[in-house]
Structure formats: structure tokens, C-alpha cells
Design a protein around this ligand. Sequence first.
Ligand SMILES: N[C@@H](CCC(=O)N[C@@H](CS)C(=O)NCC(=O)O)C(=O)O
Length: 220
Amino acid sequence: MMKLYVFGWVPDFAVGLVRDLRVRWALEEAGLPYEEQVISHEEKLTDAYKAIQPFGQVPAIEDDDLTLFESGAILLHIASKSDVLLPGDANGKARATAWMISALNSMEGVIQGLVEIDIFNAGADWAKERRPAVIERLEGRLSDLSKALGDKSYLDGETFTVGDLMMVTVLRILRHTDLLAKYPNLNAYKERCEARPAFQKALAAQLATFEREGELKASA
Ligand SMILES: N[C@@H](CCC(=O)N[C@@H](CS)C(=O)NCC(=O)O)C(=O)O
């Protein structure tokens, strides 16, 4: 059974956003079972864990003799084991992969720039000065994404793919802002994807782990 490395505790701002959620969601969509391996923030720094995830982060997986890190690579690996996350035709596969990479490359970096300002450096003078330019850039990206989505249900049409899964987990990082509300089709798209039973199961599993590990710590 696939082993998924996850944290047992994260600060409140990250609860429900930690990137193992992407992997849990993909596994639920694909109907593949997994077991969690909880690591601590001390263990993530060890040479043993860095042999699994070179940057000391989650997610990482072990699947038979394959050890894999980077959520995008893990999602493609899961998609290759199932026919529900990627279309059957080569062009459809390529387009879904492009959307997944755009989520990581064209959207997540810009969104993470705002997180650096609003969460990790809230109150710093440089952050206040930089914020308007970051917002302008981000709104440009959201506007372009909104236009590309148009009135389709999903980014590549009417079929949910791994590209949507990744894009929605990236858009969710903006939950501390009201930016998405300015793009009703994007907001509705995010909510449509979040309503999927596989997402709900994945989110519940991540939250349950934090709860269980918290209780274990409290009773220790
Ligand atoms: N590019 C990586 C990013 C992973 C990442 O940022 N993980 C965060 C949790 S969401 C983490 O482990 N942070 C702890 C740390 O960096 O020390 C991926 O997509 O897998």
C-alpha cells in the first residue's frame, strides 16, 4: 500500500492547506488506498528523511520500490495508475498536464508571494510596500485564469482532471483574502471541485490526523 508522509501538526494558517492534501485527494479520486506516515518538524530535518524528500518537506510517498517527492510528480504518478485523473487520449493528457504545471508554475509562485507577505512577514515595512505590486500581478493571473476557464465546468472542458485538482489546491491558498470573489466563475469552479466527495474525504483525513496527533501529544 502507498505510504504518504504527512505532518502531525502545523500552524493554524496551514491546517487544511498542507500539500499532502493534493495527494490524498488524488488517491481518493483514483480509489487507491494509502497509509499515513506522520513525521515531526524535527524528523523532517534528518538525513534519513531528506533521503526521501531532499528539502525536508511534505508530501513524499513510498510506493513499492519507488520513493517520490514533489506534489506534481506524485500526482502524475497516481494519475498514471488510474484512468480517472487524466483523459485517455494523448492530447487530452498533455493539456491536463499543462494545466497542472501552470497551477504550480504560473499560479502558485505568485500566490506564495502574497503568503510570504500576509502570513510570514505580516507587519514588516518591506511587506507593506511590496503588497500592492504583488496583488496587481496576482490579479492579472487570476483574471487570465478566469478568462481561460470561461463558462466551462473545468479547465479543459467538461471533464475533471489532475490539472483541476492541482489548480484548486493552489487557489485555496488564497482563503485568507477575498480575491477570488472578484472572479465568480473561478470561485464557483473552486467550490464545484471542493464539493467532490474525494476532496471532502481527503480534507477530513488531513484534519483527522491533526486532531489525533494533537490529542496524542496532549495525553503524553
Ligand atoms: N514544491 C513542493 C512544496 C512542498 C511544501 O511546500 N511543503 C510544505 C507543507 S505545505 C512543507 O513541508 N513545509 C515545511 C518546510 O518547508 O519546512 C511540493 O509541491 O511538494
